[in-house]
Design a protein around this ligand. Structure first.
Ligand SMILES: CC(C)(COP(=O)(O)OP(=O)(O)OC[C@H]1O[C@@H](n2cnc3c(N)ncnc32)[C@H](O)[C@@H]1OP(=O)(O)O)[C@@H](O)C(=O)NCCC(=O)NCCS
Length: 196
């Protein structure tokens, strides 16, 4: 398994991993009409706007996982507002159709979540990580996190945050094991981590 920078050629594979891990870490295929919404809402903008912080795990069968991040969440959010969300809002109107998940993802495209400034002050960076089941439990998640933390640190970030679905016990255990700090905030579990 090799960790390498993601390229535009990896976009479909990244969207596929995103869908197949979208339901609190489990396969969301068939749970929504527009399966591409997962990748468009949670991964594509990083490949386009934050390419130095988009990595894939590449094995014998191709891309089996990825990690994507943003150095400065506040300015990344502004960039998405200018360059990523407008085309998606036009493509997926707010009064969307489909399943509850289609509607939730379309709502996020129209009204993206913004992390409170109090969190961003100490933990300005953020990330998303997903691996297909066959690649889990073999150290790849740790390798991706380590490489992204190294890059964020080298770029001057003092800290990173991420959100997890409270149902995703496996991921919560993983972040706790890696030494991230857990904050139970209600709808999502927030993890924070200071970088060296
Ligand atoms: C969560 C995920 C990224 C973890 O990656 P992984 O490759 O399976 O984890 P690793 O094998 O690298 O584990 C790293 C360490 O964490 C430990 N660990 C992993 N999961 C754990 C858990 N649930 N509880 C306690 N420790 C755990 C491992 O034992 C390992 O310990 P060690 O390195 O000290 O020996 C991966 O399982 C995944 O992508 N899951 C599905 C998608 C998902 O839920 N993404 C996160 C959304 S927020």
């Amino acid at each position: 398994m090799r960790v390498r920078d993601a390229t535009e050629a990896d976009r479909d594979a990244i969207y596929d991993v995103c869908l197949r891990t979208g339901d609190a870490g489990h396969d969301a295929t068939g749970l929504l009409v527009h399966g591409e919404l997962y990748g468009l809402a949670y991964a594509g903008q990083y490949l386009t706007l934050s390419p130095g912080l988009a990595l894939v795990a590449d094995g014998d069968t191709g891309v089996v996982g990825y990690i994507v991040g943003a150095l400065d969440t506040a300015s990344f959010d502004e960039q998405c507002e200018a360059e990523w969300w407008p085309a998606l809002r036009a493509r997926y109107p707010a009064a969307g159709s489909g399943t509850d998940i289609d509607r939730r993802l379309v709502a996020e495209i129209h009204t993206p979540f913004h992390m409170p400034a109090s969190v961003l002050a100490r933990y300005p960076s953020h990330l998303h990580i997903n691996l297909l089941p066959a690649a889990q439990g073999a150290g790849v998640g740790r390798a991706l996190m380590t490489e992204l933390f190294t890059r964020l640190s080298a770029a001057g970030s003092p800290g990173v945050h991420l959100g997890v679905d409270p149902r995703n016990e496996r991921a919560i255990g993983f972040y706790e094991h890696l030494g991230l700090t857990r904050h139970d905030t209600g709808a999502a579990v927030l993890f924070t981590h200071r970088l060296p």
